[in-house]
Design a protein around this ligand. Structure first.
Ligand SMILES: Nc1ncnc2c1ncn2[C@@H]1O[C@H](COP(=O)(O)OP(=O)(O)OP(=O)(O)O)[C@@H](O)[C@H]1O
Ligand SMILES: [Mg+2]
Length: 255
């Protein structure tokens, strides 16, 4: 199955009449299989609204989302979703939480046991698999939630500010874990962030979104090698990309 994501004239208006809020769109965009696309835009421009419409939890007012050639008409069970507030349940261990994702999909936890170990190792959490969420720091909980979203190897991942609440050092660490996993498995990713640097570090393309109602102002192709380590991030090309996005936001008075 292909994991291409298409947006055809997707628009969202909340409410009606005088109270209507035009949150997003209309937007046309195609994200090819294996691409890592960041949505970079100011607060309230409709990024989460777009993610909800992509995951089938919210219906567009106009237009259509298509994943793998099929129109999205309801919740997408084969998509990995991670929102800013993690979804760990307090009464299960880290491993138990990750297994919950498998159980909900009717997959065998025994068959996935090795995969769970690999995921935990990838985010340096193998020693904490038997701990409960309350025994973990916020960053560790976020890493566990990340394993949870990825364990069933989704071909499509929707990540809405997954690193938003983390301190700068943990954030940098998980960013690089995320990059490694993406390079190994090449899912199609939509990643929401406010951080210009983060967007250019991770993405093959950055969609710069205007203030509400969010529309795509520009798509910036990020033709820099992976992994985007310190050297790549200190290159003049990287800085030029960052400046390009900053100039757009400055022209809108956002920064
Ligand atoms: N269920 C809703 N009912 C009414 N208005 C809503 C609803 N959800 C979102 N909105 C409005 O739509 C706009 C876009 O919201 P959204 O959460 O998508 O923004 P965002 O880009 O994700 O912002 P942030 O970066 O702060 O997370 C906002 O003006 C918000 O108030
Ligand atoms: Mg949001």
């Amino acid at each position: 199955m292909s994991h291409q994501i298409e947006f055809h004239g997707v628009k969202k208006v909340f409410g009606e009449g005088a109270d209507a809020v035009h949150a997003f769109g209309p937007v046309d965009l195609t994200i090819h299989q294996g691409e890592f696309v960041s949505l970079l835009g100011p607060s309230g421009c409709g990024k989460s609204t777009l993610m909800l419409m992509t995951s089938g939890l919210l219906e567009p007012t106009e237009g259509q989302v298509v994943i793998g050639g099929k129109p999205v008409n309801g919740p997408q069970t084969d998509v990995g979703i991670m929102f800013q507030d993690n979804t760990l349940v307090p009464w299960r261990t880290v491993r138990g939480n990750i297994e919950l994702q498998l159980e909900m999909r009717g997959l065998s936890t025994a068959e996935y046991s090795e995969r769970v170990d690999q995921m935990l190792a990838a985010v340096h959490m193998e020693e904490f698999s038997d701990r409960h969420p309350y025994e973990l720091s916020g960053g560790m909980q976020q890493r566990a939630a990340f394993c949870q979203a990825m364990v069933h190897t989704p071909g499509t991942m929707l990540l809405d500010e997954p690193l938003g609440k983390l301190d700068a050092m943990t954030r940098e660490r998980i960013r690089s874990d995320l990059q490694t996993l993406w390079m190994q498995q090449r899912p199609t990713v939509i990643f929401v962030t406010h951080s210009i640097e983060e967007a250019f570090q991770l993405s093959t393309k950055v969609a710069v979104i205007t203030p509400r109602p969010g529309c795509i102002e520009r798509i910036i192709d990020v033709d820099l090698p992976f992994p985007r380590d310190f050297e790549v991030k200190s290159s003049p090309e990287f800085s030029a990309h960052v400046r390009e996005a900053q100039e757009i936001f400055r022209s809108y008075g956002v920064i």
